[in-house]
Design a protein around this ligand. Structure first.
Ligand SMILES: NC(=O)c1ccc[n+]([C@@H]2O[C@H](COP(=O)([O-])OP(=O)(O)OC[C@H]3O[C@@H](n4cnc5c(N)ncnc54)[C@H](O)[C@@H]3O)[C@@H](O)[C@H]2O)c1
Length: 267
């Protein structure tokens, strides 16, 4: 298939919904063969079907990205059914702390956020990059962090996991650069996905002051992003158009971080 990712093979984690699904569909439209990974194969069946119905190539794989045995199996299936990946999009993430203040977060919830959001991308890079190197692929790895890596935009473990992922991304970029593999962090602001919807519902159920209207003001454009607006930046990072970019943070937040000192400018 022709396109910006023609003849490329991409693994996308968390591909069942939100940004992962939007990216799988967009990458496939641009010619990539997709290994769509999520917690179960059933969850990604609709994505695989949509890609195949449009004439693209995709497989669905059920795997937990915090589990190295699952990862070994997902890499094996990708290699045997699609080939050596050119693109690894570590998009899967959780925000399982229930928006509690730091002092009230359960230890298990904190651990889970770190396991999925930080250890997961490390395990995935550890399993996938050696195959890219052996095949001489000038690969692109994209790790989805968050603006929560830089500002206290979410709960403690979540922000810590994303800040850790930004650090991990830099080390990976430095260590893999000599093989021609680029590694960058995509740092979204508020995006209209199942994760964002459930956060909003949890906060509203607790009477916390996060109405749709407040979330929509987190940025200067007066709205949340659509998942496709994050997928478009991931596509740029996956493609050769970003050939000079590595070890960098790509913030896509409609100015939410720029607004941190907005009170002096309001009105
Ligand atoms: N939505 C936002 O506002 C926002 C903002 C900043 C960053 N992010 C990040 O963007 C990424 C995508 O988020 P989203 O909003 O599309 O979320 P989402 O919840 O809609 O999608 C995440 C997907 O990851 C999958 N997943 C969760 N744990 C997994 C695991 N252990 N193994 C495999 N798959 C797993 C889920 O099943 C789900 O399909 C996440 O890393 C998230 O932290 C989201």
């Amino acid at each position: 298939m022709a396109g910006r990712l023609a003849n490329k093979i991409a693994i996308i984690t968390g591909a069942a919904g939100g940004m992962g699904e939007a990216s799988a569909l967009m990458f496939a439209r641009e010619g990539a063969a997709i290994a769509a990974v999520d917690l179960s194969e059933d969850r990604v069946a609709h994505v695989v079907e949509a890609i195949r119905n449009a004439g693209g190539k995709a497989i669905g794989i059920g795997a937990d990205v915090s589990n190295s045995a699952d990862i070994a199996r997902l890499v094996e299936r990708t290699l045997s059914e699609l080939g050596v990946p050119d693109i690894l999009f570590n998009n899967a993430g959780v925000d399982s702390e229930g928006k509690r203040p730091m002092l009230l977060i359960d230890e298990a919830a904190f651990d889970r956020v770190i396991e999925v959001n930080l250890k997961g991308p490390w395990l995935m890079m550890k399993a996938v990059a050696p195959h890219m190197i052996a095949a001489g692929k000038k690969g692109s790895i994209i790790n989805t962090a968050s603006i929560g890596a830089f500002i206290a935009a979410s709960s403690a473990g979540y922000c810590a996991s994303k800040a850790g992922l930004v650090g991990l991304t830099k080390v990976a970029a430095v260590e893999l650069g000599k093989h021609g593999i680029r590694v960058n962090a995509l740092c979204p602001g508020a995006t209209e996905t199942p994760m964002a919807r459930s956060q909003r519902q949890e906060m509203e159920a607790k009477g916390l002051p996060t109405s749709n209207a407040i979330i929509d003001r987190m940025g200067v454009l007066g709205r949340m992003a659509q998942p496709e607006e994050m997928a478009a930046m991931a596509l740029f990072l996956a493609s050769d158009e970003s050939s000079f970019a590595t070890g960098a943070n790509f913030v896509n937040d409609a100015g939410w971080m720029a607004m941190s000192g907005v009170s002096m400018h309001s009105g």
